[in-house]
Design a protein around this ligand. Structure first.
Ligand SMILES: Cc1ncc(COP(=O)(O)O)c(C=O)c1O
Length: 362
């Protein structure tokens, strides 16, 4: 039989663009401040476990329900393991939310700008992407909740603290959105660890109060484990069960990931020291950038959205010239962000090199 088709892709896949990840250059002398990884290694306990890991046990499948890890996470949040689903990085958690709660043709709602993977996942599911443009200071427009009601969205994504601006929403503001959205509200807390301790709200309380809220947490940023691929979803049992029992792969979390994730989460002292260090560096870096004449958006994350003082020099040029000098930051070539770049908070010495190169350019 002769095949006439030139493409086997579903039409929506053929017509969509994939997610464009930040550059992952591996040259040793690159200062990599473009994808919001932790500049610090994970706790030493991760290294110790790896050194002593019983590789022979890898002949067997891992625990399909990641019981020990889920129990620990549940206790950390004051919830039960039924409220927790473990995922292969946060991106898998987002994909599972999309495939579990949204039918092709139904609506998803995001902020604009936001984490660009959301619309890609909607494209894969052949769902319709709707977005609500944020105010100039990246706050939500006052009528966000009303528009959420009208959108008939089956899945609404809010990143808190927000990427790429660093803005933070209170539990009250999130609760109002949860009450108004007709479908599931996914609160993406990928950067929550870095929020100032006095501002942090209790995630478990939101989840207990709002049965349509699903929260995403990842070990990629706050625990220095982006290379591992481990994250989790927190939500009402009725939201989490279909993911764990139906849409997630039975063995989506390897034995190694389950064990390494557990020791990383158990070392809360180390994690807290890292988060404090980042908060201190974030505030120094913000101040230095302001002194260089940049508009610096207040950030509760491990990155800063910096707007360049046009017309003196535009952000794309800054990005290119920093790149040539061995410092990678993130540039988004979109209408709203074209005069801004995002820089990850690095170690003190990385930040100093970045500032030195930037001061020569700007
Ligand atoms: C807003 C946001 N959500 C989720 C993720 C997913 O992170 P990971 O898949 O590494 O857990 C990222 C990664 O950069 C992110 O920026």
């Amino acid at each position: 039989m002769k095949l006439k088709m030139t493409s086997f892709e579903r039409p929506n896949i053929r017509n969509m663009e994939g997610y464009a990840p930040g550059e992952q250059l591996s040259a040793h002398d690159i200062i990599k401040l473009n994808t919001n990884e932790s500049p610090f290694p994970p706790t030493k306990r991760v290294g110790e476990l790896l050194a002593n890991f019983n590789y022979e046990a890898l002949n067997l499948y891992p625990d399909p329900s990641s019981s020990s890890l889920r129990e620990f996470i549940a206790e950390m949040h004051g919830l039960t393991p039924k409220n927790i689903a473990i995922t292969h990085g946060g991106d898998e958690g987002l994909r599972l939310a999309m495939t579990t709660f949204v039918d092709p043709g139904e609506h998803c709602l995001f902020e604009d700008p936001t984490y660009s993977l959301y619309s890609v996942l909607a494209g894969i599911q052949n769902a319709k992407s709707l977005s609500i443009e944020l105010n100039d200071d990246w706050s939500l427009p006052k009528d966000f909740a009303d528009r959420a009601v009208k959108s008939e969205s089956k899945l609404t994504f809010i990143v808190n603290p927000h990427a790429p601006s660093g803005r933070f929403l209170t539990a009250k503001a999130l609760g109002a959105i949860a009450d108004s959205t007709p479908g599931v509200l996914l609160i993406d807390e990928a950067y929550f660890d870095f929020v100032d301790t006095e501002l942090k709200y209790n995630t478990a309380e939101i989840v207990k109060k709002h049965k349509n809220v699903l929260v995403l947490r990842t070990l990629s940023k706050g625990y220095g484990l982006a290379g591992l691929r481990l994250a989790y979803l927190v939500g009402d049992e009725k939201l989490v069960a279909p993911i764990r029992e139906k849409t997630a792969d039975s063995y989506n979390t390897s034995k190694l990931n389950q064990e390494l994730g557990l020791v990383a989460l158990q070392d809360q002292d180390y994690a807290n020291n890292v988060w404090n260090e980042i908060r201190i560096e974030r505030s120094c870096l913000s101040e230095e950038l302001r002194m260089l004449g940049f508009k610096v958006n207040p950030s509760q994350t491990n990155f800063i959205l910096v707007e360049s003082p046009e017309p003196k020099i535009n952000a794309k040029e800054i990005y290119n010239r920093l790149r040539e000098s061995g410092v990678l930051v993130r540039y988004f070539d979109t209408k709203r962000l074209k005069n801004a770049f995002r820089v990850t908070v690095g170690t003190r010495s990385q930040n100093a090199i970045f500032l030195e190169k930037l001061s020569v350019i700007s």
